[in-house]
Design a protein around this ligand. Structure first.
Ligand code: AQP
Length: 332
């Protein structure tokens, strides 16, 4: 089976609909076809300040949500990044193989450091993509399910893995991004030209999966559309309506063409009311399943311990091979 690998940050509070449709939904699907490794990336989280107690709680919450969304510990390996020290160990080697200029071109770093200001920008935020490279190549991943915003990080992973292989001999698999055209970028409900994002969206623009369904319904009903009345997919001229159609089509596994037919002659209000219903139907069992995992931390922790053990077996083997290729003297 080909390998899949992806990671998600332990967001405070809840994952949002962009995280689910852009990434987590694909994690669930790839369990069936891939030897899949998914992790909560707590090492990445500390690139910005974190309260230790909250970080711990958010890490469990993230794992609970991944399980509630459909990850099955019998069909994939779910673990916490800091439980597998090989990530940080390989990241150092990756740092030493990545050019400063090359790393400086990462747009996510440029955006986030601009927002933080230079005093608030850590070296960790700068080297985030290098840790992400290590995350991916440690598992010899073929596919990396992510949203469109992560494409550049998978591309630099390919470059650095190829560089390592050329310099030291074939060691790492070159990964491909796995990004779906329909859901690779879910947009903010209030500004459908930017992605739905925990750091850039206003509260009204973002659908948090653990919010009360009533709260999300209200946000959907006040989503920005356009002055036209026709329900038609046209990302360029009708970004708001197109975003609602993408969300609706994916959650109900219908085609956008079928939705266009269904809503022909109907107003935006009807589309929004029905979409609010669709989202409510999806989040209601998701919320209660998440709570069940949170109510039983022993089970959750034991799933994560088993995941870490499985992940370490793979990661340790790759790290040993890489350290040997680089010329590190093995410890006796
Ligand atoms: N709007 C989105 N559309 C599609 N995919 C998205 N992802 C995030 N937003 C969208 C994908 O979700 C996965 C997890 O992302 P992350 O761990 O980077 O989470 P995040 O950083 O908390 O997500 P945000 O909201 O995007 O955070 P900020 O605002 O900090 O940048 C990734 O695969 C990502 O592509």
């Amino acid at each position: 089976r080909p390998r899949a690998l992806s990671g998600i940050q332990p967001t405070a509070g809840s994952f949002h609909l962009g995280n689910y449709l852009g990434a987590i939904r694909q994690y669930v699907a790839l369990q069936e076809t891939h030897d899949a490794f998914y992790m909560v990336v707590d090492l990445h989280a500390i690139t910005v300040p974190q309260d230790p107690k909250e970080l711990r709680a958010n890490t469990r919450l993230a794992a609970a949500q991944l399980l509630a969304a459909g990850l099955d510990p019998e069909r994939c390996t779910l673990f916490i990044q800091s439980h597998v020290p090989e990530h940080a160990q390989l990241a150092w080697v990756v740092n030493c193989l990545t050019g400063f200029g090359e790393a400086s071109r990462m747009t996510q770093f440029k955006d986030k450091s601009a927002k933080q200001g230079s005093a608030g920008t850590t070296v960790g935020l700068f080297t985030y993509p290098m840790l992400q490279i290590a995350d991916i190549i440690l598992y010899q991943a073929n596919s990396v399910p992510v949203g469109e915003d992560q494409r550049q990080h998978v591309e630099i992973t390919r470059d650095v893995a190829e560089r390592f292989n050329a310099r030291f001999g074939e060691t790492f698999t070159i990964p491909d991004p796995y990004i779906l055209k329909e859901t690779g970028k879910i947009y903010d409900l209030q500004d459908p030209t930017i992605k739905m994002s925990k750091s850039a969206s206003t509260p009204k623009g973002i659908i948090n999966l653990l919010d009360e369904p009533k709260v999300s319904a209200k946000k959907i009903k006040s989503a920005v559309t356009d002055t036209d009345t026709e329900i038609r997919f046209d990302a360029e001229h009708k970004p708001g309506v197109s975003n609602l159609l993408s969300i609706y089509a994916t959650l109900t596994e219908t085609s956008i063409a079928d939705l266009e037919t269904k809503y022909a002659g109907k107003g935006y209000g009807a589309l929004k009311t029905d979409l609010a219903e669709v989202v409510t139907e999806w989040v209601t069992p998701f919320r209660s399943r998440t709570q069940e995992y949170l109510d039983d931390p022993e089970t959750l922790d034991s799933i994560l311990a088993k995941g870490a053990e499985k992940a370490r077996a793979v990661a340790a083997e790759t790290l040993a091979a890489a350290y040997d290729k680089v010329g590190f003297l093995p410890a006796k």
